[in-house]
Design a protein around this ligand. Sequence first.
Ligand code: NAP
Ligand code: ZN
Length: 368
Amino acid sequence: MRFFVPTDIYVEKNCVKNHAQNILSVGLRALIMTGRHSAAKNGSLNDVTEVLDDGNVPFLVFNEVEENPSTDTLRKATLAARDFKADFVIGIGGGSALDAAKAVALLLSNPDVDADDLHKVPDRQLEHVPVVAVPTTCGTGSEATPVAIITNHKIGLKKSIPHVIFPVLALVDGKYLASAKKQLIVNTAVDALSHMVESILNVKSNAFNRVFPEYGLKLWGECKDALLASGDVDVSLYEKLMLTSTIAGMSIAHTSTTLPHGMSYDLTLHAGVPHGPAVGYFLAAYTEVCAKFVPGDVERILSLLGLGNIGEFTTMLQSLIGTYAVTREMRDKFAAAMKVNRSKLDLVPGKISPEDVDFVYEKSLSLL
Ligand code: NAP
Ligand code: ZN
């Protein structure tokens, strides 16, 4: 058993300003990576640039990170960062901005590696410049994981890159959720939920790493009613939602994700479904399959969430994210690919059959 999260993590109000010195000590010239609008609107970009200005650390803002960041965007950001001579990267935003920051940090240290080669399995662990992460959604937990999920449109692939890139510093402040629409909070909270469920229903689950999803599921259960209610989520829950998301990231940092995440990537890549719902559609059926192998773990998950059975879990997820329909051709194609995806299948805590995989697709996606 091993436990390792080398990121210095602060979860508190105004933590960017409170820990200005921690940011300033990371490097001398910063590349800041954000999406097009949200970081400027929710105050997170301003908080970071004020700290850098006060500390006389020059910075370049690259604000072109799209949802599900592409290798082309990474290449463009890396060229700009190299010209600017950046020696560290600050990602501000949802998982897309944070993952893009991690990947660019790797590219900056490895001029011989092109962004399109990032998915190739390396023969050695590559170096990267330091990364600071400031999350503004309550879902991916990327600030506490070593993973970057990158899309290469040229080969039709959305997948984590096989490199370990833990941020050196994570500053997690719930106040940045104030600008988020309710459905974005719900979608990303469902992602965090999936991380914790997939971390427990996982062959790598052990006594050390289980502490995180078990505690996080309890916190998530305490936010459940607010997520399900029709109005906005109360400000007082923002910090709890962000903390839960970071804890969920710490969970998958040790186990990685299993089938629902593996299944989600096709739905995002080929149908444009946002990450949280794309994962969430598969979560209840995956849990049902796992109940054959580890019934006690499934019972524990449901009880931490305050749910009586898998039927209630399914209903809750459908209330949060609805349902999704695809063509039969798409569903069959996705299922065929998943049946040979050993990196995800081998993490299921039991001998999963091709029929089980079909069951998850059939139960999770209706037909157009
Ligand atoms: P996202 O793709 O980063 O952002 C979704 C949308 O939310 C964007 O339009 C963004 O706007 C907006 N947004 C972000 N923060 C906001 C805020 N506070 N207020 C209002 N709008 C805001 O969404 P995400 O779900 O956080 O990240 C998904 C990505 O992370 C996927 O690529 C997924 O595969 C990956 N992921 C990574 C890990 C990991 O461990 N590394 C784990 C799970 C998922 P702007 O574009 O204007 O910023
Ligand atoms: Zn996820």
